[in-house]
Design a protein around this ligand. Structure first.
Ligand SMILES: Cc1cc2nc3c(=O)[nH]c(=O)nc-3n(C[C@H](O)[C@H](O)[C@H](O)COP(=O)(O)OP(=O)(O)OC[C@H]3O[C@@H](n4cnc5c(N)ncnc54)[C@H](O)[C@@H]3O)c2cc1C
Ligand code: SF4
Ligand code: SF4
Ligand code: SF4
Length: 390
């Protein structure tokens, strides 16, 4: 039976819990809200299926996929769509293409502003919610079984997720059901903590004395290169901040397995991989307006067919591997020195305690850093003045 002795070795994909024929596995949250499988030994019959299905290791299965993907930079032909998506709206173009025929789409949306979940959709209207990156690990809550039921019922299924989620899903589904399954993964830096996100939303609601009705994890109105999270309150106020983004980029609130991720390379598990095409402006003169460009990796024959069908919606420029390399396609996120103390700090002092300690909301350290920065600036100015008189 599956036992998690080292959190670095479990990405929380739910494949083990979904496959257990005796329902002996419950996905259980830790302090940060990340889910891990816990086995009820009184129900377990030691069949070993849960260990067999787990794909979170270096030898993960990527049968039927190309050794080297075909690389494109792309953007939605309707530029009005860009502001509602995260990069070049490639994911939206795939949804539009896929739903030209009846089918089922699974993507990441909201149960509420504090609960980021995978959801099922059959219309483009329902898919709207999937647009935009939610920088929190989504709760898969029984979705693998739902996908299986849909495929068994003969539906075409399009599934969006991180590399580890897609890998877990493919391993869980019996091979004959793969024919009608189409999978897209995103290049993934790491996924931040659901519990920390919830505590942040509650902090903002208290601070601004109003209920948050909508969030935008990376508000495109500031431009594609910017990363500010925006909160929309019931009193019509909008507040933007980068507290969460900063702690995410510091890798302090991300899942442990992300620091040991096996999918940060070009051996993709999906038919198509999407991401921001960072560094685009260094190689091409088109689309350099800070509105967003998607990286579109075609990884399989199925991916190639989808690419061809997407052409009415997307403009493409063929590129190559050397031009699109980014850290998340080379190695996992690095573990910061303080990583292991954050859960305890969060448990004891909550959201504010963590954000204060790392200087992202006003506290002693915040003011100390600010004063030091001002002193540094004054020194610089004085030395320049001195230099210009000498
Ligand atoms: C946690 C996370 C980390 C990322 N890290 C990087 C990175 O390091 N480098 C990079 O270039 N790009 C990264 N991306 C991808 C990038 O932000 C865009 O999501 C991607 O380029 C698709 O943009 P789009 O305009 O085509 O899609 P959109 O139209 O914006 O659609 C977004 C798609 O992403 C899916 N999605 C949203 N949130 C999640 C989630 N939490 N988990 C799984 N799937 C989700 C939705 O289901 C939808 O299909 C990351 C995304 C997430 C969610
Ligand atoms: S990685 Fe997935 S299959 Fe493996 S133990 Fe974790 S939840 Fe289970
Ligand atoms: S060994 Fe079999 S019965 Fe036991 S938890 Fe794993 S899948 Fe379930
Ligand atoms: S970084 Fe890797 S382990 Fe973490 S969510 Fe992304 S794909 Fe999964």
């Amino acid at each position: 039976m599956i036992q998690i002795s080292d959190k670095r070795n479990c990405c929380g994909c739910t494949a083990c819990a979904s496959i257990c024929p005796h329902k002996a596995i419950t996905m259980t949250p830790d302090v940060m809200g990340f889910l891990y499988p816990v086995v009820d030994t009184s129900l377990c019959v030691e069949c070993g299926l849960c260990e067999k299905v787990c794909q979170f290791h270096e030898g993960y299965d990527r049968y039927a996929n190309y050794d080297i993907p075909i690389v494109f930079g792309c953007r939605h032909k309707d530029e009005a769509e860009l502001v509602r998506s995260q990069s070049g709206a490639a994911a939206w173009a795939i949804m539009q293409t896929f739903l030209q025929e009846p089918g089922v789409v699974y993507g990441v949306g909201y149960e509420s502003v504090t609960h980021i979940v995978h959801k099922r959709a059959t219309t483009l209207e329902e898919c709207q919610e999937f647009r935009g990156s939610k920088y929190v690990q989504s709760n898969l809550r029984g979705v693998f079984q739902q996908v299986k039921d849909d495929l068994k019922a003969g539906h075409r299924v399009l599934f969006f997720g991180t590399g580890c989620q897609v890998s877990g899903l493919k391993s869980f589904l019996p091979l004959p059901l793969h024919d009608n399954l189409f999978v897209v993964d995103i290049v993934c830096h790491a996924t931040p903590s659901p519990a920390f996100w919830k505590a942040y939303v509650q902090y903002m609601e208290k601070k601004y004395n109003s209920t948050i009705t909508k969030v935008d994890f990376r508000d495109q109105t500031f431009g594609w290169h910017s990363h500010e999270e925006s909160f929309f309150f019931s009193n019509d106020k909008k507040v933007s901040s980068h507290i969460f983004r900063s702690l995410f980029y510091d890798h302090l609130i991300v899942r442990n397995s992300c620091l040991n991720c096996h999918f940060t390379n070009f051996k993709r598990v999906s038919d198509i991989t999407l991401s921001d095409f960072w560094g685009w402006e260094n190689h091409y003169k088109e689309w350099n307006d800070n509105k967003g460009v998607s990286l579109f990796l075609v990884n399989s024959d199925k991916g190639k067919q989808m690419f061809d069908k997407c052409q009415p919606f997307l403009s493409f420029i063929e590129s190559d591997i050397d031009k699109c390399v980014q850290p998340q396609l080379q190695h996992p996120a690095e573990q910061p020195v303080d990583y292991l103390i954050v859960p305890q700090l969060f448990q004891e002092k909550g959201f504010k305690g963590v954000a204060r300690k790392y200087g992202h909301i006003p506290g002693k350290k915040y003011y100390h850093n600010k004063i030091n920065a001002y002193i540094h600036q004054i020194h610089l100015i004085l030395s320049r003045i001195k230099h210009s008189f000498s």
